[in-house]
Design a protein. Structure first.
Length: 324
């Protein structure tokens, strides 16, 4: 789809379209609240001659999410949805939503209320004016989050800043408003191991940042456990950095040099000083330590190899059961 002509006067007769892409997984309590608030925002945008559409993606929900989406689509022709055959993950849901969206502008956001809908008109202004291609958001506080989770989140962003070849802003969210050219550039990346927080800055374009304080979910519970977040962070590091492979190589060289030096020390003590070589316990500790480093390095290689294996299989990112 071609990028929109941003020179069009939004007060003219040809309305622009904005698509709200909303991944959902067991959000039966939150969707009605989200829909009501989103309708109010779209009503406000009508004054700028901008119409809207909803693109919900049911990511294999096991509650009544799909039933609610079907009811909304029957009473509101702006509501469209995809229902996956099973849970494929948020990355697949975002990709599916972008592919189905038809808007000149696309907003990606969650249904849980943690992405303030009231920010959309302000985010749209610089993109509509053509000054920027994307309006991105970041949280400046993490009030309400478990301290352990907040601590590791900050560590993740620091690690990504050192290892990754792209800049990932601390607190960056998937809540973004983008023009069609930006959205199409994201769709041009067909990799299976997707990490949107890295893909967004990788494609470039002009991005304006909006900050806001953390807000609690309006209903339901988070689907992101600590283990899921940890795995997601590992995927992100591997998707945009090959430095862990270099670290494994450096460790190998380092321990080789250290071992050569220790061999020399032992030889001098035995031949020159006649000192017998003792220390069985320390020897075992050294062997175990070096073995651990070897297994760690092998694990890094295996992780990258598994990602390569996933890519070459060329399986679809998701399978759709219902589309409306």
């Amino acid at each position: 789809m071609k990028a929109p002509d941003l020179s069009i006067d939004s007060s003219g007769s040809a309305p622009l379209l904005i698509s709200l892409v909303v991944p959902c997984f067991n959000e039966q309590e939150a969707i009605p609240i989200f829909y009501k608030e989103a309708c109010a925002v779209l009503e406000e945008l009508k004054q700028k001659n901008i119409s809207g559409e909803f693109v919900f993606i049911d990511d294999g929900s096991k509650d009544k999410t799909l039933e609610i989406l079907d009811q909304l689509s029957k009473k509101d022709d702006r509501v469209h949805y995809l229902a996956f055959s099973r849970n494929f993950g948020k990355e697949a849901a975002l990709l599916a939503g972008l592919q189905k969206s038809k808007g000149n502008f696309v907003v990606t956001l969650d249904a849980d209320g943690q992405d303030p809908l009231c920010m959309i008109p302000g985010m749209l202004e610089p993109v509509l004016a053509g000054e920027f291609d994307c309006a991105a958001t970041r949280r400046v506080t993490r009030k309400g989050e478990p301290p352990v989770r907040s601590f590791f989140a900050r560590i993740f962003y620091k690690i990504m800043g050192v290892l990754a070849n792209i800049e990932i802003v601390d607190g960056a969210r998937d809540y973004r408003l983008m023009n069609r050219a930006y959205a199409d550039s994201i769709l041009s990346l067909t990799e299976s191991n997707r990490f949107s927080k890295g893909i967004f800055p990788w494609v470039g374009f002009r991005t304006k940042w909006f900050e806001y304080e953390n807000t609690r979910r309006v209903a339901g519970e988070t689907k992101w456990s600590f283990w899921k977040l940890f795995r997601y962070s590992i995927d992100g590091i591997m998707a945009f950095s090959a430095k862990p492979l270099a670290i494994a190589s450096v460790l190998g060289i380092l321990f080789f040099v250290v071992s050569i030096g220790l061999i020399g020390v032992i030889a001098v003590r035995r031949i020159v000083l006649g000192d017998p070589v003792a220390g069985w316990a320390s020897t075992v500790c050294i062997i175990l330590f070096c073995s651990g480093v070897q297994l760690f390095s092998t694990g890094i290689l295996g992780a990258y190899l598994s990602k390569t294996y996933t890519e070459v299989k060329r399986r679809p990112h998701y399978l759709v059961k219902i589309e409306k």
